[in-house]
Structures are given as structure tokens and as C-alpha cells.
Design a protein around this ligand. Sequence first.
Ligand SMILES: Nc1ncnc2c1ncn2[C@@H]1O[C@H](COP(=O)(O)OP(=O)(O)OP(=O)(O)O)[C@@H](O)[C@H]1O
Ligand SMILES: [Mg+2]
Length: 176
Amino acid sequence: MIRFEHVVKRFGDNVVLDGLDFAVQPGEFVTLIGPSGSGKTTILRLLMTLEQVSEGRIYVGGDCLSHMTRRGREVPADEKYQRRIRKRIGMVFQQFNLFPNMRVRQNITEGPIRSLGLPRAEAEDRADKLLDMVGIADKADAHPAQLSGGQQQRVAIARALAMQPDVLLLDEVTSA
Ligand SMILES: Nc1ncnc2c1ncn2[C@@H]1O[C@H](COP(=O)(O)OP(=O)(O)OP(=O)(O)O)[C@@H](O)[C@H]1O
Ligand SMILES: [Mg+2]
């Protein structure tokens, strides 16, 4: 499902990942543990193509994130190709990143409606079921700023699950 091949990531002189190799099988749960600043979030951001590798390759479901094949030749991946891969990946960010101007329910329906083309009624039904599952059905009409940290985090989890991704990336998901 996920494969890192000798991935190097540098920020200037700071080598954050130095030849990282690992693979995750379908159905497998993997936890990354390390001190603050050791590169855990960077690994997830690379998978979301929010950052590019300095060296090496990352594959999701067998597709390379940085390169694609066009007329039998390997070329740098374009935005459309990366977006198609990214659709299979859900992420709950360390800072949650909820849309502050949208109510809780809309935070969850926005992706399924816009990106998956789900009808609004179906997306809202899915959102309400997920909100119930994470225990905050009563907050559907609240704005993110009106929620506690842990409640915001649960909205972020529901939002990621609403996309029914093949891969779910959870950054410090039990922090709040
Ligand atoms: N955009 C960036 N520009 C420059 N340096 C960065 C950038 N993003 C991360 N870093 C650096 O990369 C290193 C790893 O950061 P990262 O956020 O991956 O750590 P982490 O393991 O998630 O830490 P924490 O447990 O505190 O969340 C840190 O030294 C950080 O300063
Ligand atoms: Mg982090």
C-alpha cells in the first residue's frame, strides 16, 4: 500500500530523513515513534505530496508519487496525477486544520461533495453517522472555534473517514 525507497529529505543543511526504507501492507497499522523534530510529520507530508523528496521514491498502491509514465517514458508527475493518488489518502493533521468559516457538518461534507461527487443528502447522512460515531452528534451545527481541542480533533477524524480513503494518516491522533 505504501513503500518508501531510500527516501532522503533535507531542509537546507538539515537532513531530516536519511535514506528511509519501509513498507506498509494493506490492512496493516503502523505507528511511527520518535522525539519531537525527528521527522514523523515530514513523512506524512511527503505522502500527501505537501513536500517533495530530496532523493529516493515513494509509492502508494504501486504508483510512484514523483514520477508517472507517459507514452512509455517516465516523466515528472503532474498535479492531476498527484491529485488522483492523493484522493486515496486521508490525513488528520497535528493541528487539525478544520475550515474555521464552516460549521462542523459542512467541514465533513465538503470533501465528499466536491472531490467524490457525492449528492449533498448522502454526504450529510454520512457526516451525521460519523459525528455520532466519534461522540459529538450534538455539535454538527457548531463552528470549530466553539469546540474543545479534543472535539476539533474528532471532527478532523470524521472528516478524514468521510472520504473512505485507502490509506489513513493520523498525526498525533490521540494528542487531545
Ligand atoms: N517546511 C520546513 N522548513 C524547514 N524545516 C522544516 C520544515 N518542516 C519541518 N522542518 C524541520 O524538519 C524536522 C522534522 O520536523 P517534523 O515536523 O517532521 O518533526 P516531528 O517528528 O513531527 O516532531 P513533533 O513530534 O514535534 O511533531 C524539524 O527539525 C523541523 O524543524
Ligand atoms: Mg509532528
